[in-house]
Write a protein of this length. Structure first.
Length: 307
């Protein structure tokens, strides 16, 4: 038996609970891993709230929270190739196993080896934030010298996008609250504080000709405020708001396979996708870790050290 943290029904933080569960049994195409570090993401509380369908693997309650992890392979299904027992790995929990737990199962196709020289903590942040950053910038395909606005730059994904964009020699402007300024500027972004100034006017002053691309991580009214700043509405790519086509933009095309994980790891090793980890919590403090992300009070990436 191992400890896990999850939820017994859909709802708010009141449905969260610690519980013991047996080690999951990996399916034919899965690996069982001992979780060492797991990343905390807004998607976690959206899943708990019942706002996202299709990522629970049909598993009964209680369900374990968490979508990304790094750890060590303990067992593998008979159809798994390229991963062996004892390998250090990282990946997505896309079959409902969750990652806020001592052990979990990951689909082998969504799991990769951690390359030598990359820490487990960094690897645990790459499945969500790292690959999302790669995907949105690949989708935009902007040349060196082009301008990109990162709307909501202060979180784990936003900072990853800004760092990778700066590494591609793009002109990066990021929007966020006052507390996010230091980290945003540290990864190479010019910062627009939405709590202190008119975002659209300030961004237009920095890039009068309009932005070559916009990456939106906020959605809603904020997306509708910044979308007109794009020279071409087709170069507005949203990560969380699927209504973006109504504005002429596109929703991010996600690639969550092993190849993209390996690519993200190489970029991290080269310092082009190094996450800004601002808090490390033990599993016993998982409620506080998720509350910080859910309340929007954190800058950078929060992780839980399980083992």
């Amino acid at each position: 038996m191992g400890q896990a943290w999850g939820f017994g029904r859909y709802g708010g933080p009141e449905v969260q609970e610690f519980f013991d569960r047996p080690d999951p049994v990996p399916g034919r195409s899965e690996v069982l891993i001992r979780v060492e570090v797991t990343g905390v993401n807004p998607l976690d509380h959206l899943l708990r709230s019942g706002l996202v369908d299709g990522l629970d693997g049909g598993r009964p309650f209680p369900r374990v929270l968490g979508m990304e992890a790094a750890g060590t392979v303990l067992a593998r299904g008979e159809d798994v190739s390229g991963l062996e027992v004892g390998d250090a790995v990282f990946g997505f929990a896309l079959t409902g196993g969750g990652t806020y737990a001592e052990t979990t199962v990951l689909s082998a196709s969504n799991t990769a080896r951690i390359p030598e020289g990359l820490s487990t903590a960094v690897a645990a942040t790459l499945p969500v934030a790292g690959t999302t950053a790669v995907d949105v910038l690949d989708q935009l395909g902007l040349p060196a010298g082009a301008s990109v606005l990162v709307n909501g730059v202060g979180g784990g994904v936003g900072l990853a996008v800004a760092r990778l964009a700066a590494g591609r020699e793009l002109r990066v402007i990021g929007t966020g609250s006052t507390a996010k300024r230091e980290h945003a500027e540290a990864v190479g972004a010019r910062f627009v504080d939405y709590t202190a100034e008119d975002v659209a006017a300030a961004a237009r002053e920095l890039v009068p000709e309009g932005f070559d691309g916009i990456v939106d991580l906020v959605g809603g009214a904020s997306l509708r405020t910044v979308a007109p700043l794009a020279q071409d509405p087709r170069n507005v790519v949203a990560v969380g708001d699927m209504s973006v086509p109504e504005l002429g933009g596109r929703f991010v095309e996600r690639r969550v396979d092993r190849e993209n994980l390996e690519r993200s790891a190489r970029l991290a090793l080269d310092g082009l996708l190094e996450p800004v980890i601002t808090a490390v919590h033990p599993l016993s403090d998982a409620p506080a870790a998720l509350a910080t992300v859910e309340n929007g009070h954190t800058s950078g990436k929060v992780v839980i050290k399980v083992a």
